[in-house]
Design a protein around this ligand. Sequence first.
Ligand code: SF4
Length: 371
Amino acid sequence: MPAVSESPPARHSELRHDWSRAQVRALFDLPFPELLHRAASVHRVHFDPAQVQVSTLLSVKTGGCPEDCGYCPQAARYHTGVEASKLMSTEAVLEKARQAKAAGASRFCMGAAWRSPKDRDIPKVAMMIAEVKALGLETCATLGMLSGDQAKALKSAGLDYYNHNLDTAPEFYNQVIHTREMQDRLDTLGHVRDVGMKTCCGGIVGMGESREQRAGLLQALANLPAHPDSVPINRLVQVEGTPLAGTEPLDPFEFVRTVAVARLLMPQSMVRLSAGRESMSDELQALCFLAGANSIFYGEKLLTTGNPDTERDMALFARLGLRPMQLVEQSLQAGGTTVHADILEDTGTDAAPRSCAVLRDDRAAVSSAQA
Ligand code: SF4
């Protein structure tokens, strides 16, 4: 059996940022029941395994992106049928935010298909953030690369979280994206951390990468200066017209392994099932929860009462005895290192799903989730 630590860490044990590739790969290579046992054990040290956070996203500016991310239907260069739209008005965003709040959301996430915001966009986005915040919601955004000054301006406007994914392993990156470098992403994450915003950062699997490269993605995430507060694990949604359409689908058990290793490497982070979840069976999702996933991504469902997809999710929660979390922001001290985590309070089984709002154009929501 591969030589990895046998015992789960204590609650306030030091979080590691020095994982070697061999150590991460050894976790991936564990027998499946052993890996799940370890991940589930670590999950229980830090979280109530019966609670699952529900996150959603509103696309405030869809399509027309100049980047060439090989999975993304919002890239202008691919013919995917996604129409480019302008930045939504603040009032239109606020209307969605009010609906989200009425549906029980505590956080509202806004995504824009930009390489990076132009400086002239920042005041508009800052106003949206400030107004959404004034409704009493937490705020989250994914807008592409940020400069230090842009990060500062968004933080001043009241932005709590910033999503920016690494996408894949450093050595596989250039097979997926050519219009910006991994270092650009790391720089943006650095700017976000520097101004005190929390990070949401993960990647996509099933893009044709090897297990070694999946290990490389998780190694890169875990070895960031601070573990991301949320780690979205996306399973590629293949969209006709994108370069990655037709990729050999990932073995579902390999997806579960990825979730489990993410949980082991980043024990206090929210591990989120994001894009690709809708095509997963209930059984696969249940295995992911067992492996330490404790957050799910919704499409526009939260804004649509009686939505059959929402009902399917809530029925799955009921069948598995899971409860939606209410989001309570809290910082944890871990071995002298401050990490920010979504620690969620149990509000009972009648609580509505908590968190953001959404957009249910699948292609835009999927790419925003994957971005
Ligand atoms: S993932 Fe984001 S940056 Fe890449 S093409 Fe899509 S919208 Fe643009």
